[in-house]
Design a protein around this ligand. Structure first.
Ligand code: 6PG
Length: 505
């Protein structure tokens, strides 16, 4: 019998997505340039399916792959973002792909590339972009999926993506999880929803990753304060994070941070975290989010700061030198009896900063949505992030509630629940940042979040002086508070101490 889906690219994500599709009853024709990867998935399928017929058909070429598929063809790509996507698309054209065939790109592609690709391949096949979050376990047992593109194609893709996606218990908003091959979760709300025109899904995933960067950096800053100021061991911090994971900070990232901190090195028996070089890598999606925030003019300083934190971490050799030269304050000791209160302050600081990072991400998506005419549905986006993805957290349910209560909410901070939360915990947030600052411990993302909050709630910012400066040196004009908005004024500023310029006419 013919296969339901063609799958190209059997790396970590591709292999796991294929097995997930197979678990959900789809028969897959597979291709990868690397023969070992094809053999690998065939073996894995043998192992998992028992005495049932093969669910995965290995193919040696694109032509063979197309021949194995039911028409119109549905093909999923999981190849590295960038040129490889176009390379594969071209090979599919050469192999005879048809105009009503669908190709879904699931890589971490730049959203503008997806927009261009839809145009580029028009008439040859339908290019559809679907962003995937959840890493390898997510791909295998239920990722969060952000599909976007041709609405007709979506009607064909919808059942497939909903089947393989993560599921949420509609009553509790918590993930319904099964990590057993062959036993996918069938009930619950699927973490896959149509995001909008092509590229919108990848844009939303890009912002997801920007938030992911911020979330991770905020946890790391708390960890550093706990180590350097409270002198807690990695195990003690792990225990604290586990406790936090039971409350409002419950999230996948807190959970895995505790696990990382608990891990001992096999070679030395020391906490592994102490042996990992403090130099962060990045593949680009956080940077793209920061660039997009700058381009659309949406304040996303905590996300951007998290990207910069990775940049400064990578200057390891310079930091070693600077640590010998540049002076800072001595760390203020925290007496044992005050330690618990300091930990609570860090908890609240992390919570408030996290709210701000998400507020920035959603504000950015709102501006981009307006600019691109996407009509993004933020309640739905928060819903599909409740399970499967890297930033999954109970917290996302509150964001869903906020947008369900008011779909034109200008900023999450203005939602009554979040406004009240920050009002309640902000004193601890401020104190935690003040303490770290007085001890000379960096907490760039956390302070940027507080500054975002304080800037956003300040009626009059010093941009009046800034406009004065601009008008002074460049006659850039300004608007007046006592005149209609939009009306421009310019002043012939006096320039004391400046020599008179004699212009010959
Ligand atoms: C996800 C992750 C995933 C990937 C990141 C890592 O949602 O599943 O975000 O897409 O792990 O791209 O990004 P960096 O290498 O830039 O940290």
């Amino acid at each position: 019998t013919l296969c339901d889906i063609g799958f190209i690219g059997l790396g970590v994500m591709g292999k796991n997505l294929t097995l997930n599709l197979a678990d959900n009853g789809y028969k897959i024709a597979c291709f990868d340039l690397d023969k070992e990867k094809i053999e690998g998935i065939v073996k894995q399928d043998e192992l998992e399916r028992g005495d049932k017929p093969p669910r995965v058909i290995p193919c040696q070429s694109y032509t063979e792959l197309l021949n194995h598929l039911k028409a119109p063809h549905l093909i999923i790509l999981s190849v590295p973002a960038g040129a490889p996507v176009d390379h594969v698309c071209q090979l599919l054209i050469d192999a005879g792909i048809k105009p009503d065939d669908i190709v879904i790109d699931t890589g971490n592609s730049l959203w503008t590339d997806s927009v261009e690709r839809e145009q580029l391949y028009k008439g040859k096949f339908i290019f559809f972009s679907t962003a995937v979050s959840g890493g390898e376990v997510g791909a295998r047992f239920g990722p969060s999926l952000m599909p976007s593109g041709d609405p007709y194609a979506w009607t064909r893709i919808e059942p497939v993506l909903k089947a393989i996606s993560a599921k949420v218990d509609p009553k509790t908003g918590k993930p319904l999880e099964s990590f057993e091959p062959g036993k996918p979760i069938k009930e619950g709300d699927p973490c896959a929803t149509y995001i909008g025109p092509v590229g919108a899904g990848h844009y939303v995933k890009m912002v997801h990753n920007g938030i992911e960067y911020a979330d991770m950096q905020l946890i790391c800053e708390v960890y550093q304060i706990m180590r350097d100021s409270l002198h807690m061991s990695p195990k003690e911090i792990a225990a604290t994070f586990k406790e936090w994971n039971q409350g409002k900070l419950n999230s996948y990232l807190i959970e895995i941070s505790a696990e990382v901190l608990e891990q001992n090195d096999a070679k030395t028996g020391k906490p592994l975290v102490d042996l990992i070089l403090d130099q962060a890598g990045q593949k680009g999606t956080g940077l793209w989010t920061a660039v997009s925030a700058l381009q659309v003019g949406s304040p996303a300083q905590t996300i951007t700061q998290a990207v910069f934190a990775r940049s400064i971490s990578s200057l390891k050799d310079e930091r070693i030198e600077a640590s010998k030269i540049l002076k800072g304050p001595a760390c203020i000791p925290v007496p044992e009896e005050e330690k618990q209160a300091a930990i609570t302050r860090l908890h609240d600081a992390l919570y408030c900063s996290k709210i701000c990072a998400y507020a920035q991400g959603f504000q950015l998506m709102a501006l981009a949505s307006k600019e691109q005419g996407w009509s993004l549905d933020f309640a739905e986006i928060a819903k599909i992030w409740r399970a499967g993805c890297i930033i999954r957290a109970v917290f996302l349910q509150s964001i869903t509630n906020a947008y369900e209560n008011n779909d034109s909410l200008a900023n999450l901070l203005l939602d009554p629940f979040f406004a009240e939360q920050i009002a309640t915990f902000q004193q601890n947030w401020r104190q935690a940042i003040a303490d770290a600052t007085m001890s000379g411990i960096p907490c760039a993302a956390m302070s940027s979040a507080l500054n975002y909050y304080d800037s956003y709630r300040t009626e009059t910012l010093p941009a009046n002086l800034l406009q004065g400066q601009r008008d002074f040196f460049g006659a850039h004009t300004y608007e007046r508070t006592d005149e209609a908005r939009g009306k421009k004024f310019h002043t012939e500023w006096s320039q004391p101490g400046r020599p008179e310029i004699k212009i010959k006419k």
